[in-house]
Design a protein around this ligand. Structure first.
Ligand SMILES: Cc1cc2nc3c(=O)[nH]c(=O)nc-3n(C[C@H](O)[C@H](O)[C@H](O)COP(=O)(O)O)c2cc1C
Length: 135
């Protein structure tokens, strides 16, 4: 199996309904394809974890990369795995407020124990992004 984490930049900000719709459809398709994962959104960027059979993940990743709702996809980690990190989630979304202290804690309230330390670190970093202080 394969696990991929990427970040991308949203083209037009999503509201909670947009995000809900995206994830509902994604979860339905992912369930058919045996893909599981997590999508975090902070108002400007996405970080997504996708895991499943290599072919299914690569194919879906190509489709997602071409989705005009976001751009500048950067793969942060791609690795072979033996076990899934979030077996229970066909896709679930977490919105974290950008530029707010304590965002990471919000994201991890119901974090599965199966998430590796590295994955936690990646999503913690993402959700801790703060606006640089203006001089
Ligand atoms: C940030 C982001 C994450 C997405 N994640 C998924 C996903 O996990 N699974 C999925 O099927 N579609 C996901 N999509 C939607 C796909 O880009 C695409 O619209 C969808 O797979 C339908 O493609 P198809 O009609 O060619 O099968 C995502 C889109 C965006 C913008």
């Amino acid at each position: 199996m394969k696990s991929v984490v990427y970040v991308s930049t949203v083209r037009h900000p999503f509201d909670s309904v947009d995000l809900e719709q995206l994830v509902e459809e994604a979860a339905r398709r992912n369930a058919e394809d045996g893909i599981t994962g997590l999508l975090a959104y902070n108002g400007e960027s996405f970080m997504q974890l996708l895991e499943g059979q290599e072919e299914a993940v690569e194919e879906r990743l190509d489709v997602i990369r071409g989705d005009s709702r976001h751009e500048c996809m950067v793969i942060i980690r791609k690795q072979a795995i033996e076990k899934r990190e979030c077996e229970a989630w066909s896709m679930t979304a977490r919105t974290v407020p950008l530029r707010e202290e304590g965002s990471a804690a919000k994201l991890f309230r119901d974090w599965p124990e199966t998430f590796s330390n590295e994955t936690r670190m990646l999503f913690t970093s993402f959700s801790s992004m703060l606006q640089p202080q203006m001089a």
